[in-house]
Design a protein around this ligand. Structure first.
Ligand code: SF4
Ligand code: SF4
Length: 184
């Protein structure tokens, strides 16, 4: 049954006998395959190998502490409001006497979560934050996850480790490779 009248009949009358065997065409195709087999690969073996994505890459979120180690976040909620994916949620709490060394402001985030399944890594949370508390790291990817239980990142995964502070000093490809080697 003919569905449309757009099919074209191929005219093979001007092909030579050799061309009609398809051998030249197959040989040409194999030559191209062989050429690419020995040329530099365009792909990499991710996640074992990582590509330098530039200094403006937006990766794993981090909740920064100040120089004294106090959490910067004051649970104002601006990052959550700015987030187009509704990926951020938090529970605010009031700092009590004796906790001044833990939290910089009188109000802090007792619970802060980012749903990585929703996040589109747009960086708007970072831009909205008035306390320079939330950043998207340029040197750390969010690891591959296989279960939904692994996609909600809480404070245990987000708050900065004072022994391994995050800075944006490493901008060059060589610096990034060094950082990734350390993170392995
Ligand atoms: S990077 Fe964008 S999508 Fe992800 S949490 Fe921040 S504002 Fe939301
Ligand atoms: S990370 Fe910044 S914007 Fe978000 S709640 Fe904390 S202080 Fe506010």
């Amino acid at each position: 049954m003919q569905l449309t009248n757009r099919s074209k009949k191929t005219d093979k009358s001007d092909l030579s006998v050799l061309e009609k065997t398809y051998f030249p065409g197959v040989a040409k195709g194999m030559a191209i395959t062989l050429k690419h087999f020995f040329s530099k690969k365009a792909t990499i073996r991710y996640p074992e190998e990582k590509r330098y994505l530039g200094p403006v890459f937006r990766g794993h979120h981090i909740l920064k502490r100040d120089e004294a180690g106090r959490e910067r976040c004051t649970a104002c909620g601006l990052c959550a409001v700015a987030c187009p994916a509704e990926a951020i949620s938090m529970v605010a709490a009031e700092r009590v006497k004796g906790e001044e060394h833990l939290y910089r402001e009188e109000k802090y985030a007792a619970n802060y979560e980012v749903n990585m399944l929703r996040c589109i890594f747009c960086g708007l949370c970072e831009e909205a934050c008035p306390k320079q508390a939330v950043y998207l790291r340029h040197d750390k990817f969010v690891p591959v996850f296989t279960s939904r239980d692994q996609v909600i990142y809480g404070k245990d995964q987000l708050v900065e480790d004072m022994d391994n502070r995050y800075t944006r000093d490493a901008w060059t490809k060589e610096d990034m490779q060094e950082l990734w080697e350390k993170q392995k």
